[in-house]
Write a protein that binds this ligand. Structure first.
Ligand code: NAP
Length: 244
């Protein structure tokens, strides 16, 4: 059989980028998706240097049309998607009392609805093939909550429950559905936090360091592998111990 095809959303930067590169190194045929990733020379060069079997596609998970079109194109080209990593996500933090409806909607639409939209595109093929891996990125905030992040916490908590529901729905067809819950990881998303907040978060991490995108990618790579074939409906915390 040819290499398994893995589709990673939000693969232009940060955690999604690290996941895609790790899957390339593990010999998956990787599709890297983000809103503007086609023609990104830096990423193309990285993939060439790895000798990877990989391609890039533009995808906006907030748009049902974009999701439908992009997955149709990839499925036509690759004939199947074996592994879906739903990593695309955003934050629009603010106190609940003043939170704008647009900020609530954007976060729910991209993080939660976007994840479900992508899952719907791959399920028919996975059900037919009786094999599949769906790996969703949730967050420690979806597990424990966080002040100023009601929208983000709701989206990530929703991902946790959705992961468990789907795991029950498709388990008998050889498809596993799991989530990875990162703690505090060094990416563009966290780089913008004020120093004082960063220090406060770090003080809650027993392992005493900020996580790296590769820390998350290694967990995703494991869940995608045959070694994880008896794990489903699981929320794997990768957070240096900040939430147990
Ligand atoms: P990041 O550096 O901000 O990167 C976000 C990625 O998502 C980018 O590739 C971005 O691509 C993509 N994206 C955003 N909106 C999109 C859309 N509408 N359609 C398609 N792609 C979109 O974030 P990160 O820190 O790597 O986070 C990755 C995931 O891990 C997120 O789900 C996040 O919630 C979760 N997480 C992160 C942390 C952390 O500490 N960093 C902790 C817990 C959970 P473009 O902008 O190029 O389209």
């Amino acid at each position: 059989m040819s290499n398994r095809v893995a589709f990673v959303t939000g693969a232009s930067r940060g955690i999604g980028h690290a996941i895609a590169l790790n899957l390339c190194q593990a010999n998956y045929d990787v599709v890297l998706a983000a809103t503007k990733i086609e023609g990104n020379e830096q990423i193309a060069e990285e993939l060439r240097a790895l000798g990877a079997t990989a391609s890039t596609v533009n995808l906006d998970v907030s748009s049902a049309e974009s999701v439908k079109e992009t997955f149709a194109k990839v499925l036509k080209d690759k004939t199947r998607i074996d592994i879906l990593v739903n990593n695309a996500g955003i934050t629009r933090d603010g106190l609940a009392m003043r939170m704008k409806a647009a900020d609530w909607d954007a976060v729910l639409n991209i993080n939660l609805n976007g994840t479900f939209r992508c899952i719907q595109q791959v399920l028919p093929g996975m059900l037919r093939n009786r094999w599949g891996r769906i790996i969703n990125l949730t967050s420690v905030v979806g597990q424990a909550g966080a002040a100023g992040q009601a929208n983000y916490a709701a989206s990530k908590g929703g991902i946790i429950s959705m992961t468990k529901a789907l795991a029950q729905e498709v388990g008998s067809r050889g498809i596993t559905v799991n989530a990875v819950a990162p703690g505090y990881i060094l990416t563009d998303m966290t780089a913008v936090l004020p120093e004082e907040i960063k220090a406060r978060i770090l003080a809650q991490v027993p392992l005493g360091r900020i996580g790296q995108p590769d820390d998350i990618a290694h967990a995703v790579k494991f869940l995608a592998s045959e070694d994880a074939s008896y794990i489903t409906g699981h929320i794997l915390s990768v957070n240096g111990g900040m939430y147990m």
